[in-house]
Design a binder for this molecule. Sequence first.
Ligand code: ZN
Length: 66
Amino acid sequence: MGEPPRRLDPTMDRASAAVVLRCEPRQVGPCVRCRGLTVRYGQQAQPICPACTCERSRGQGRAYDQ
Ligand SMILES: [Zn+2]
């Protein structure tokens, strides 16, 4: 079913990350799990990045409590 979402490096600039995440640069922030960039603020805010969400749904990696 395709490639898992790519993890965005925390050193990546917000403008570039925003393009990948399809959000505004001001909405970009670090994932609480891996510190990679994700949509942290705004209406579609996700505290966990797409890459971590994908891993969790596949049952890989550490269990994550809230
Ligand atoms: Zn993450």
